[in-house]
Write a new protein. Sequence first.
Length: 75
Amino acid sequence: MLDAEAACKKRKDNSGKVVQKYGEIRVYQARIQIEAEEEDEKEVVNIRLKKKGKVWHKNYLKVLKELKESFIEII
């Protein structure tokens, strides 16, 4: 229900805006293109975070292994 209301409000707020890029674009086409571009940007950010996450995960496992070895030496 809230999503539908938010979408309706978003459409009302943007109803009078016309986006022009490389010529004439209708409002509904502009909205679709803008949403698609935003999704692409989010996907690029997610890919970047996943790549960084792999490196941090390897470092995390390395630190855990070292801690485990040092803990066993103490006992």
